[in-house]
Ligand binder design. Sequence first.
Ligand code: NAD
Length: 335
Amino acid sequence: MTVKVAINGYGTIGKRVADAVTAQDDMEIVGVVKRRPSFEAFDAVKNGYKFYAAAEEFIEGFRQEGIEPAGTLDDLLDIADIVVDCTPKKAGYKALYEKKGVKAIWQGGEKHDLTGLSFNSFSNYEDAIGADFARVVSCNTTGLCRTLWPLENEWGIENVLGVMIRRGADPWDSKKGPMNAIEPVLKVPSHHGPDVITVMEGLDIQTTAVAVPSTLMHLHSVVVKLKKNVPTQDVLDLWEKTSRVMFVEGKYGVKSTAQIMEIAKDSGRKRSDLFEIAVWKDGVHVVGDTLYYYQAIHQESDVIPENIDCIRAMCNIETDKWASVEKTNKALNLE
Ligand code: NAD
């Protein structure tokens, strides 16, 4: 069975989900949607995606720029099994998807309440099997789940304190900041901890956040009180065998997010994406029952594998989470 996937919102996340779907053998892109003929619209056409306008009123704008849409979002939803909504938060398409009887996945900018089901592959794949609506949690939350879930599963977690050092904007975004300042998020705890709980129910986690003038990656400084004393080496061994987590090492010159993104560029992956969460191996320390570590998140791409797994679960093409994770990893060539 090949699942027919529509992408609504062909931007940072949408174009990556489209390419990741195309790399799988059990799903295909039947069309992508935008409102305006920006450079990404031309990119979509060049990539061979069937192009649809968000609504009738946007068709003329595309025609004037030489793009002939195959129809509107409404038409696309008639032929899609599932839509991955990658529009900016609160774009408000839920009623339309419901009316069209099409399954839908939203991204982390939306609130949990929109779907009542948030998703992370490791934490709660099973909850999404056959579901109609789900939200893949944000890039930061996905990063936290990737390293916390194995710890919880293996030894149990007493509590977590995470400091999210957030990139000010995506690299392409010349409008947002801060540009020359460090900006604490004064709402404490930040939304990230509660967001983790939407997929790791009952976890005792608090987070704070700070935005910094960098566009490359987010960085997390995490302190975890485990339910038992564990040697540092055991934590390293656990993450070594954890999918979608990779180690980087300061002793080999990887001192910052700049070198991590250089590694991503050297990998030759499209857009220099780094789907894995990068943990500093020589920054992992356990003192008694308390684990300290740093990890870096490529915000533009870490949620992409989760979107693929979520499609598989919701469309009932794979009920075994590790089988889906493995299939996605293989197709995207990731650790
Ligand atoms: P983006 O601005 O890069 O892309 C959004 C796309 O949607 C653009 O192509 C825009 O033209 C299109 N669009 C805007 N309004 C539309 C509408 N009403 N109908 C159809 N298309 C519309 O945004 P993004 O960064 O890809 O974010 C999308 C979602 O992913 C948000 O929920 C965001 O919070 C989440 N997310 C973003 C990142 C990130 O770092 N960029 C990481 C994880 C999750």
